[in-house]
Design a protein around this ligand. Structure first.
Ligand code: NAD
Length: 498
């Protein structure tokens, strides 16, 4: 049992292999910092290939037993895990805020979303049922069963340290696989605590394992012959790389990438509500959400009404350390990320956008070392410029304008990403048309963050997703199982002999 202290700077993150905690032997290490203070919280090791191999071997041995455990028994540790996550929600939320920077409410919200996936995976006895037909020919029956794949792995990003591992882990093990998590090396503390709870939940050794690391660790997972499938969430270039390398190795992959989410605001939208929701979408989690609104496209007369209101909302948002009272937005993840975003704001201005609200050069009292960037609004962003297409992944909202809904939909669809597109309107026909024509897999109608519940697939399209089966629910169950079709005949004279 680990002694936990989120302020303990000598905390070395451990791997969890075959039911035991291990200190990695690796020489390569990174500091994990609190982005609000720049204080070092822990040190994470970048595990080499032999530690991945130990996890894969233990996972394979565990899989051969686990797949035979009846599904109704396999879900019992998930019920226990849900109870443990509920009991430790406050503590987990504080860890997420400290390592990732988001506010306490945002951290608690992501854990709640993670728990919902544990709950849905408890329905696996129904979700993984096959189907059958009697008498496909005289006296012959045909059945389809779903069987687990073996050892599977997930590689996750920094921005939802507690939720995203839970998009995958519960479905993988409930369907009878063993599972290896490689969390983001920038936020490994929530996963370490999650695995401490997993250790108490009653899974057999080797069914769930944690291997920390970076690219070398991921490559070792991708090339390991015992690892059969990969769930990835992160930036598009890495998603594309993992999808390609998994395919070259003959493996399954579902890879969720980056985003640049457009939101259309019609003149008949309820403007105060729209502004409130848009400010939360664009600046919540400091804009580090794959479902953040990043481009607002006003149509017709919506322009003036929305621009004025959103500028006020951006300028008045309370920025600070996420555990402090009343804070609405935390820092971005790192100093490097902050300067990358500042560079993109500068580039937007060079391309002809106006900086309507400038969040650069501002500090938070008492947290001068933190990686804070205040809400920023770029206006009249040229659609043909690079900034209109580039994922900024920070608290920056770009404004564009269109004369008609047709022009607005053209702007929405003029991008390679397809994670989310939203519309604010009070007209059903406009909303219906948008729903039908917008190029995105997650659509919001008078919604700012169209995050699918755990019982729906997280349906990114285009450059936001490589694969066919998405995360969560039925898609997760189908991804982690392979179908087996059985055709059988039992002639009477044979059965009489038995
Ligand atoms: P990232 O791509 O830098 O890292 C994600 C994971 O990949 C980490 O575990 C990291 O260790 C690993 N990795 C990084 N570089 C690698 C390489 N060259 N080879 C192999 N593995 C590598 O992403 P991030 O900065 O942690 O997360 C932010 C990105 O994630 C944004 O683009 C965001 O839009 C995206 N995201 C997408 C979704 C979605 O559902 N589509 C959800 C959350 C985040």
């Amino acid at each position: 049992m680990i002694v936990w202290s989120i302020l303990m700077s000598e905390h070395q993150i451990r791997n969890y292999i075959n039911g035991q905690w291990h200190f990695s032997s690796a020489a390569s290490r990174l500091d994990v910092r609190n982005p609000a203070t720049a204080q070092v919280l822990a040190e994470v090791v970048l595990s080499p290939a032999d530690e991945v191999d130990a996890a894969a071997q233990a996972g394979q041995a565990a899989f051969l037993e686990w797949r035979r455990v009846p599904v109704a028994e396999r879900i019992q540790p998930l019920f226990k895990l849900k109870a443990l996550l509920e009991a430790h929600l406050d503590e987990l939320a504080r860890i997420v805020t400290n390592e990732c920077g988001k506010t306490y409410a945002e951290s608690a919200g992501e854990i709640r979303r993670g728990i919902e996936n544990v709950e849905v995976a408890c329905g696996t006895p129904i979700l993984m049922q096959g189907y059958n037909n009697e008498d496909i020919a005289r006296g012959i029956d045909e059945h389809m069963f779903r069987q687990p794949l073996g050892v599977v792995a997930a590689i996750t990003p920094f921005n939802f340290p507690a939720m995203i591992p839970l998009w995958f882990l519960p479905y993988a093990v409930a369907t009878g696989n063993s599972f290896i998590l490689k969390p983001s090396e920038r936020v490994p503390m929530a996963s370490e605590r999650l695995f401490d709870l997993i250790d108490q939940a009653g899974f057999p050794p080797g069914v769930l394992q944690l291997v920390n690391g970076g690219k070398e660790t991921v490559d070792a997972l991708l090339d390991h012959p015992l690892v059969r499938a990969y769930s990835f969430v992160g930036s598009t270039p890495v998603a594309r790389y993992i999808y390609r390398r998994a395919a070259e190795n003959g493996k399954r992959a579902q890879c969720q990438g980056g985003a640049k989410n457009p939101v259309v605001i019609m003149p008949d939208a309820e403007m105060d509500m729209t502004t409130r929701i848009m400010a939360d979408s664009a600046f919540g989690c400091a804009g580090q959400r794959c479902l953040a609104a990043s481009v607002a496209i006003t149509v017709g007369e919506a322009r003036d009404a929305f621009t004025e209101r959103i500028a006020d909302a951006a300028a008045s948002r309370k920025v600070g350390y996420g555990l402090d009272e009343g804070v609405e937005m935390g820092p971005v993840i790192s100093a490097a990320s902050k300067s990358r975003i500042e560079g993109l704001i500068e580039q937007g201005a060079r391309e002809g956008a106006g900086v309507l609200v400038d969040g650069r050069q501002r500090a938070v009292d008492g947290y001068e070392d933190g990686y804070f960037l205040f809400p920023t609004i770029l206006m009249d962003v040229p659609p043909e410029g690079e900034i209109a297409q580039t994922e900024i992944f920070g608290p920056v909202l770009s404004l564009m304008h269109a004369a008609t809904i047709e022009d607005a939909i053209r702007l929405v669809n003029a991008r390679a990403y397809g994670n989310m597109a939203c519309i604010f309107t009070s007209d059903g026909e406009t909303a219906r048309r948008f729903r039908n024509e917008a190029f995105a897999g997650n659509i919001g109608i008078n919604i700012g963050v169209a995050a699918p519940m755990a019982f729906f697939p997280f349906s990114g399209w285009g450059e936001s997703f490589f694969g066919d089966l998405h995360a969560q629910a039925r898609h997760g169950v189908e991804f982690y199982t392979q179908t087996k079709v059985v055709i059988e005949r039992w002639p009477r004279h044979w059965s009489r002999q038995f």
